[in-house]
Design a protein. Structure first.
Ligand SMILES: [Zn+2]
Length: 332
């Protein structure tokens, strides 16, 4: 259990540092939301281990350890040290405040318990409302309620969460559409190629290969991932061939929306929010018989058929920190 919490803390903090280094700020949606979730999960794991998260030195040490490992290769992280620490501290204060509001509000509510008990639907509304307006973690509310033997309507709560998510989903969709202008044909082809590379790396080196970042311009693309040893030249050639063979199979790229739970069950990979039940977009690269080659959570855009990608080449491999490799690639 402790091992699990420690893993969550270091893994999430590392990912959060990368996002902040890339210019992401905690927010209520999209990447900012992913960042906030990463920080929150590391905070809740810290609390579970009995760590005092109001202690600033704790974050300074954690962030220092990530920066110590990656800053020589990731200028963005080294240069953002103060920003990263300050974001962690701000988020931790917000989190502690939300917890304290939650505890107080529930104490007050429980003190006014009607003789015939609470209306379960109203309790659900309160759980959701406290989450919405003060960021009170729903797990905290559920914990407190359980300790006080107060029931709530789970279906009602799911409904409230779901309706809220649909609304945010619509908002982020229209935002995405307006951002499409910055995409071009080349970056779209490179993006689909990134998915093929991700898959090829996992096929060759195992499922513990984890994407740590990627960047695409019209000139080239890079893909950063966790791997200890350098990839041999022979294996680089193999990866390149593997990807080309896939491209030349003229696979179709299929877009589907589903709940995150369904996507996880399908085995979709990629960076995603951690809100249970959220509707996500999954891109599958598959043949005519429906055999799936790659399946990732992603916002797109992608080519319709791998044929459009053309010829894939790996330009170079770089070691970008302890346990972290980068492949730069292009299409011709
Ligand atoms: Zn993608």
């Amino acid at each position: 259990m402790n091992k699990n919490h420690n893993y969550i803390i270091s893994d999430h903090i590392r990912a959060a540092c990368f996002l902040i280094g890339d210019g992401v700020k905690p927010a209520g949606k999209q990447q900012g939301y992913v960042l906030r979730r990463l920080i929150r999960r590391s905070l809740s794991s810290s609390l579970a281990l009995g760590i005092d998260i109001s202690n600033l030195q704790y974050f300074i040490d954690l962030v220092d350890s990530v920066i110590g490992i990656y800053s020589s290769v990731y200028d963005e992280i080294g240069n953002s040290k103060e920003l990263i620490v300050s974001i962690f501290i701000q988020e931790s204060q917000k989190y502690l405040k939300a917890i304290s509001i939650g505890e107080k509000e529930w104490q007050k509510a429980i003190g006014q318990k009607p003789v015939d008990g609470f209306n379960e639907e109203l309790v659900s509304e309160k759980i959701f409302d406290m989450y919405q307006s003060h960021g009170v973690p729903m797990e905290l509310s559920e914990d407190i309620l359980e300790k006080n033997a107060i029931a709530f309507d789970e279906i009602k709560l799911d409904e409230l969460i779901h309706n809220h998510q649909n609304m945010s989903q619509e908002a982020s969709k229209s935002q995405f559409k307006s951002g499409l202008g910055e995409q071009n044909e080349k970056t779209t082809r490179l993006h689909t190629a990134t998915h093929l590379l991700h898959k090829a790396l996992r096929d060759m080196f195992g499922e513990n290969i984890r994407q740590m970042g990627s960047a695409i311009t019209s000139e080239k693309a890079r893909f950063d991932f966790t791997k200890d040893d350098r990839i041999s030249e022979e294996d680089i050639t193999k990866i390149q061939q593997k990807i080309q063979i896939t491209i030349d199979q003229y696979l179709t790229v299929d877009k589907r929306e589903m709940t995150e739970k369904e996507a996880r069950e399908l085995g979709a990979i990629g960076l995603f929010g951690e809100k249970y039940g959220e509707i996500v977009t999954v891109y599958s690269i598959q043949d005519n018989e429906g055999n799936i080659f790659s399946q990732e959570f992603c916002g797109g855009p992608h080519v319709k058929n791998t044929q459009e990608i053309g010829k894939f080449i790996i330009l170079r491999q770089k070691s970008v920190g302890q346990g972290l490799k980068r492949l730069e690639f292009d299409l011709i």
